[in-house]
Design a protein around this ligand. Structure first.
Ligand SMILES: Cc1cc2nc3c(=O)[nH]c(=O)nc-3n(C[C@H](O)[C@H](O)[C@H](O)COP(=O)(O)OP(=O)(O)OC[C@H]3O[C@@H](n4cnc5c(N)ncnc54)[C@H](O)[C@@H]3O)c2cc1C
Length: 541
């Protein structure tokens, strides 16, 4: 019997992973991988950290070159070869190096970087940050003495690049056209990222776009900004997003979604017979909403690659839905998110916000930590989370992502048995605390900032904040009180239909609302997350 022929298009991260899984599934198959660049199987996520010097050599991000896959996996790796098209009916791939027949095809062509139109065809001092070749271009500019770097686009990778280049001691400007950095995060968390980058010396500008360029020879020497500003960069890094590279798939009769991504099923199959898809050009279902979602993350690409590779080789693998879990560093701050982080909607999502510490507050290295957990108001099932802090963010987001996948409720979260020792956590970790507060707040009214802003005159606002904070952000209709004095105000509190306690973080206000409820105040509630200053240092806990 003829050996099955598997052809893989694309060799960055997903293609080689799919190839390895195909080989592990079928020892006899003839497997060919086609990649137009020289490098294959490199850790794109590591690129910014080569720039900061935290990854010492470039070779560290390319652990397995073509030779490894040829020798250890018996895969026919063809680098420097471009795929031109494929014919799904004839099962043939047409490349710059001839035609290759296949039985199953794995489409792993990923996504192309977006270059805003104003930059035309680019410039000698402009680069993307997607592969080792880009790294060489950037390095060459920096070696030649470039100090002023402008980064276009404040999504995950723009923020990472800004953070890393600032660590290298360069003069960095980060320009974001939208009204906040990190569109996947809530505006409040994104504002914290901005403050942290500013504190790290990055010139962050949001709501700003490049309107015109000044060129000198092959270089761009100035950027004219909307609103009148001007920056004179020596190096420009474009991280303005990516677009699924699916034109070839569409030309072969493949169906894509409105965003251009390929919707795969749980086997990573596409609508084309014998064609599987992986890489950052695919969408698959969201674990909470069930809707298709395109995350363009390596963590998802790796999973689709394993499934596509196994199934293309005749094996049996199923994809789990995604939560879009992600983490990013911005200066001294760490930010992470998972699942659904919007309020209301068809699942009637509510939120509990808590703040505390990464480890016991008396232990050296304890850092402030803030956590928001989203849950279904009806079933109390966890739906999503966002964690912001200076340490321990990674651990909390991963616990929460696991809890969401396990369909835990607030009460189960409250009782989750997590490891405790002062160097690592707290006896009541903040993850547990979110569950505890969420459950105990059931009988209270939890006010979100936007509804608090629309409060009517009948609502009693009780301000528990310190004097300095009250001065910075006054609440003219509020009555100032201290937590310990609430019993003195028992009669007044009991008379009111709606009482909202306000503090800096939500923590004291929550305690006050619980106390007031016990004093017989039926309308007791608190402002979730508290009122914090727009800029400047954040109060801890
Ligand atoms: C700076 C940066 C940092 C990142 N950090 C993280 C992170 O921390 N966490 C995370 O989860 N994700 C991260 N990502 C996202 C993710 O790591 C990468 O985007 C991922 O590695 C993409 O790999 P891929 O194989 O899916 O797709 P791509 O990288 O798009 O690879 C597609 C491959 O196909 C090749 N190709 C395209 N057209 C042709 C053709 N016609 N013929 C032959 N070959 C072709 C390309 O050359 C490319 O090698 C980061 C991305 C960037 C840019």
């Amino acid at each position: 019997m003829a050996k099955p022929k598997i052809v893989i298009l694309g060799g960055a991260l997903s293609g080689p992973t799919a190839a390895a899984h195909a080989r592990e599934t079928d020892a006899d198959a003839k497997i060919t991988l086609i990649e137009r660049a020289k490098a294959i199987s490199y850790a794109v996520g590591g690129l910014p950290y080569v720039l900061s010097g935290e990854i010492v050599t470039r070779a560290d991000i390319v652990p397995h070159g073509p030779e490894f896959f040829r020798h250890d996996y018996d895969i026919d790796i063809r680098t420097g070869v471009s795929v031109e098209r494929f014919d799904a009916g004839k099962r043939k791939v047409y490349t710059s190096d001839g035609v290759i027949a296949y039985d199953t095809l794995i489409y792993a062509l990923g996504a192309g970087s977006v270059l805003p139109a104003v930059f035309g065809d680019g410039a000698a001092n402009l680069s993307f940050l997607r592969n080792p070749a880009h790294l060489r271009t950037i390095d060459a500019r920096l070696q030649a003495g470039a100090r002023k770097v402008v980064i276009i686009g404040g999504g995950y990778y723009g923020v990472e690049a800004a953070d890393c280049l600032a660590r290298r001691g360069l003069e960095v400007s980060l320009l974001e056209r939208g009204d906040h950095l990190l569109p996947e995060f809530t505006p409040a968390a994104a504002a914290r990222a901005r403050e942290a980058l500013l504190a790290a010396g990055v010139d962050v500008r949001v709501g700003v776009s490049v309107e015109a360029l000044v060129r000198k020879g092959k270089r761009i020497v100035a950027l004219e900004l909307g609103g009148g500003g001007r920056i004179e960069p020596e190096l420009i890094l474009v991280t303005a997003g990516v677009r699924p590279r699916t034109e070839m798939f569409v030309a072969a009769g493949g169906e894509v979604r409105a965003d251009g991504s390929i919707l795969v099923d749980e086997r990573c199959a596409t609508n084309l017979d014998g064609v599987f898809a992986t890489s950052i050009c695919v969408s698959h279902s969201h674990a909470v909403t069930g809707e298709p979602v395109w995350t363009a993350q390596a963590s998802d690409a790796d999973k689709t690659a394993q499934v596509a590779g196994t199934n293309a080789a005749g094996g049996e693998a199923r994809l789990q839905p995604t939560l879009g879990t992600a983490i990013v560093r911005a200066g001294a701050l760490q930010l992470a998110r998972t699942g659904l982080t919007t309020l209301g909607g068809p699942l009637d999502a509510a939120r509990v916000q808590v703040s505390g510490h990464s480890r016991d507050p008396f232990f050296v290295g304890s850092e402030p930590l803030e956590l928001a957990v989203y849950y279904s108001r009806e079933s109390e099932r966890l739906l999503g989370a966002e964690v912001v802090g200076h340490g321990g963010v990674d651990k909390r987001i991963d616990v929460l992502a696991t809890a969401i996948m396990g369909e835990l409720t607030l009460s189960r979260l409250a009782g989750l048995d997590l490891a405790y020792s002062p160097p690592y956590s707290l006896a009541r970790d903040l993850v547990n605390a979110a569950g505890v507060v969420g459950v105990q707040a059931r009988s209270l009214r939890v006010w979100e900032l936007d509804e608090f802003a629309k409060r009517d005159g009948d609502t009693l606002v009780v301000d528990l904040r310190a004097k300095a904070q009250r001065k910075r952000q006054p609440l003219p209709d509020a009555q100032v009180m201290e937590l310990a004095d609430l019993p003195k105000h028992k009669a007044a509190l009991r008379k009111r239909e709606a009482v909202v306690f306000v503090c800096e973080t939500g923590r004291t206000a929550y305690l006050a609302a619980r106390t007031a409820a016990q004093l017989g105040c039926r309308g007791a509630g608190y402002l979730s997350g508290g009122l914090r200053p727009a800029t400047g240092p954040q109060p801890a806990g």
